[in-house]
Every structure is written in C-alpha cells, then in structure tokens.
Ligand binder design. Structure first.
Ligand code: AMO
Length: 436
C-alpha cells in the first residue's frame, strides 16, 4: 500500500490507508490505546486495537495501517482539520524508536525555560508552537523576496568572509584565513554597494556576524539580514522604498500565515500611514509625552523606541515609525551627511512595535569623499581596495537598507526573546551547545 498523507485521510472515509509519521501523544485507556500522529500535513487520532502499540512513546517514527472512520458526533474535535475522522488500526511498524523524552511535548504550549528550550533545540523545534514560528519566518523571507523583486531589485549572493570590517566598531569576529587577517562580515554592505553599478538595484538575504559583547533579549551574534541597495535615488525616494518593502514583507507574511498567527494571539499589524520624524523630533515628543529627557543622546534608547512606537500607534494607528537624521559621527563611514547640516546624516531606522527592525542611509558615492570618510574614522583605505574600486569607476547616487529577519519574526509574534526566532541562535554563551 502506498503512503497517504494525513490531511488526505479526510477524503478516504471508509477506506484502508497507510500513514507515516511521528507519535505526538499517547493516551492509554486500558484495552484501547489512542495516539495523535503527525506528518508534514497535519495530525490525526489513531485508535489502536488488538493489543498493539503498548511500547510506543512520543516521537517514535511509525507506519500505521488501518481504516479511516467517521468519529461519533460527540467526539468531533473542531480544533483540527482531521477532527471529524480517526484511523482504527491493529498494525504498527516502528521505523525509529525514540528515547524517553526529557520533558512533556504533548501540550499546546512548551513550558520550558529558554536555556532548556535551546539545550534540546533539535527536539523542541518539533513542537507545533515552535515550528509555527519558522513557518511564519519562511513567509517573511518569501514576502521580502517578493517585495524586493517588485521594486525591480536583482537577487545577489555575497561573501561572508571579508578583508575588512563593514560596520566599524569592535563587534567583529576575526578569522585566521590561511595565516592572513580576515573577518566575518558584519553585514553585506560593501558587496551590495559594489553591485549597484552592475545591476542598479539589488537585494540579498544573508548571514551577518556581530561579536556582541553583551547578552540582551534582542541581539544575536549571527543574524539574517534582508538587504536592498538602489542606484539613482534621493533620500525621499529611499524613505518611500524602505517603507514599501518593510510593509509589503510583513503584510505578505500576515496574509499567508493567518492560522499560525492566530495561535500566537497577536493583534493584526496596524498599517496606518507611517509617521516620519527626525531623531531630534522623536526625542522632543518623548520629552513632552513621556517626560524623559534624552534630547542630547546620539541614538534612541531602548525605552525611547518603545515609547515612540506607542505614540505612533496612538496618533497614527501605525505599528511603524521612521526615524531619520542620526548624528553623522554615530553612523558608519559610508553614510552621507545631510548637506544642510552635516552634523546629521541622511540615515534612517524603521521601528516596529517598539524595536528597530531596519536601518540604512543614502550613501557617499563620491570616491574622494569616501576615502576621506574612511580615514576620518581611523581606518586605512588600503583595507577597502576592492570596494573603493567600484567608486573609482563611476557610482550613481545610491542608498539602501537592511531588515533583520529575527527581529521582524520576534515582533510579529510578540516573542519575549530574539533567540526564540532563530533556529539555532548564537550568542556570547552558545554555539550549538552552551560554551564551557
Ligand atoms: P544595522 O547594523 O542597523 O545596519 O543592521 C540592520 C538590521 O539588522 C538587524 N540586526 C540585528 N538583529 C539582531 N541582533 C543583532 N546583533 C543585530 N544587528 C543588526 C536589525 C537592524 O535594523 N549595513 C547596515 C544597513 C544598511 O545601511 O543598509 C546595517 O547592517 O534589525
């Protein structure tokens, strides 16, 4: 008999089927044994008779042959698509036996402390609520890819080992590269810029590495960045484009994962017109509305991001707010200063539900100005030889932005820690397992 997928059993009432999957839950009712068995399409109740299956336990991999029956009206389970049927079987084959589980995986929630959730990651990822996170994440990736293509960007794949650091600062992992100095890229920044004279508009989805010196709920050491870089644009165009790509990405994920999102009991995203504020304007609002004077800070504090998002929601029914004009000195070397007031730059962050999910800027596209900016930050233009080559031979006015995949996932689902939004999170304390 060939395999029937669990969801297809709905169409096979009265027929014999063979399903393959994992035991999720086992309920022993004396003579009869009930199993919930799942495969990639869904979950189904199996009634085992004839004394078979007494040794089965959760996560055993099984083949079950039996007959699809309609359940009595009073036993219908409205919460699952197969809730009106069950399989009666007396024939179970175990393909792979699971060890006894270290904790119960059968409930609708997995009540575990984060370290345990991650220590047993290859197991906990199998829980329906955990795997739903990464279905939604896949939809975010798909949404971004679609949104970037919609604005005519070509997809590129960039290196993650580089000769120079991209974002400056000390948060860079050094690599011993055949005895030479190299770095894990902090972002795809330099490569996506080099591709602008080639394709004019590009996007990439890639890993980026940040040697974060502290452990927070919103920082990872290995991040997935979704980036666009666009030629022949001005600052105002970039603001329109970044908002369009971010909104289209999140809308796509929301529309395509409605059922999974319901499980997380999150409010639908508020897509009101996105307010745009300079950093200083945002800080004034925070002073006025929340009585916190951070007006001289060069960035928004974490609580400022929460407060200004509350303000945007209350006044504009928007879960997003765009903040522009960060101090030039606080931004990476490639950021274009605002010619009207060069102390501030043509840079922006997009905040979503209390956290920065995107940042970017208009870039310096003049070769000499870029060399001077590199030197001005105490770096050596020689370390940027290949990158600078792209500017030497003609670079249009350009700019771009980067969305952090895990941050978007975290805030779409209201997760309390970004590690829950990464399949295998890396931080100061963990690479696969805890660092000893
Ligand atoms: P930035 O450093 O702001 O900008 O990163 C862009 C986005 O990536 C995500 N992100 C992170 N998420 C989790 N943990 C981290 N350690 C982390 N670091 C970054 C955030 C952030 O908004 N090259 C520029 C972008 C550009 O100018 O185009 C850059 O990397 O969501």
């Amino acid at each position: 008999m060939t395999r029937t997928l669990i969801l297809d059993c709905i169409k096979k009432i009265g027929e014999d089927v063979k399903i393959s999957g994992f035991v999720h839950v086992r309920r022993d009712h004396g003579k009869i044994l009930f199993l919930d068995v799942y495969d990639r399409t869904g979950i189904i109740q199996v009634v085992l008779g004839g004394g078979v299956g007494k040794d089965l336990r959760p996560q055993d991999v099984v083949i079950i042959e039996g007959k699809v029956n309609k359940r009595p009206e009073s036993l219908v389970n409205k919460n699952i698509p197969t809730g009106e049927i069950e399989i009666y079987s007396e024939k179970v084959e175990v393909l792979s036996k699971a060890s006894e589980l270290p904790f119960d995986m059968g409930g609708p929630q997995l009540h575990l402390e984060l370290p345990t959730l991650l220590d047993f990651r290859s197991l906990t990822l199998r829980h329906p609520k955990v795997k739903a996170i990464f279905k939604i994440q896949a939809a975010i990736l798909e949404g971004f890819r679609k949104a970037a293509k919609d604005i005519d960007c070509s997809e590129i794949v960039v290196p993650t080992i580089a000769a120079s650091s991209t974002e400056g600062g000390a948060q860079v992992f050094k690599v011993d590269y055949y005895g030479h100095k190299a770095f894990l890229t902090q972002s795809p920044q330099l490569y996506k810029q080099m591709l602008v004279p080639v394709y004019e508009r590009v996007f990439t989805i890639t890993k980026a590495y940040r040697a974060e010196p502290s452990v927070t709920t919103r920082h990872l050491s290995e991040v997935t960045q979704m980036d666009c870089e666009i030629g022949f644009v001005e600052f105002a165009d970039l603001l329109d484009l970044l908002e369009k790509v971010a909104v289209d990405t999140i809308k796509y994920a929301q529309e395509n994962c409605q059922k999974a999102l319901e499980e997380f009991e999150v409010e639908p995203v508020a897509f009101g017109k996105i307010p745009r504020l300079t950093l200083r304007e945002a800080q004034q609002i925070i002073l006025k509305e929340f009585s916190k004077d951070n007006t001289k800070e060069k960035d928004l504090m974490p609580q400022d991001e929460v407060d200004i998002c509350k303000w945007a929601f209350k006044n504009h029914h928007s879960d997003f707010v765009t903040i522009t004009h960060f101090p030039t000195k606080a931004k990476p070397f490639y950021t274009h200063p605002d010619l009207k007031d060069p102390e501030y730059s043509l840079s922006y962050d997009l905040l979503f539900r209390g956290v920065e999910i995107l940042s970017g800027s208009q870039r310096i596209n003049d070769y000499q100005q870029l060399v001077d900016s590199i030197k001005g930050r105490g770096m050596d233009p020689k370390d940027f030889e290949l990158y600078l080559q792209a500017f030497k031979y003609g670079m249009p006015p350009e700019g771009g932005f980067s969305l952090g995949l895990e941050r978007v996932t975290m805030h779409m689902l209201n997760l309390s820690n970004i590690r829950e939004a990464s399949l295998f999170p890396r931080d100061m304390e963990r690479v696969d397992t805890r660092l000893k």
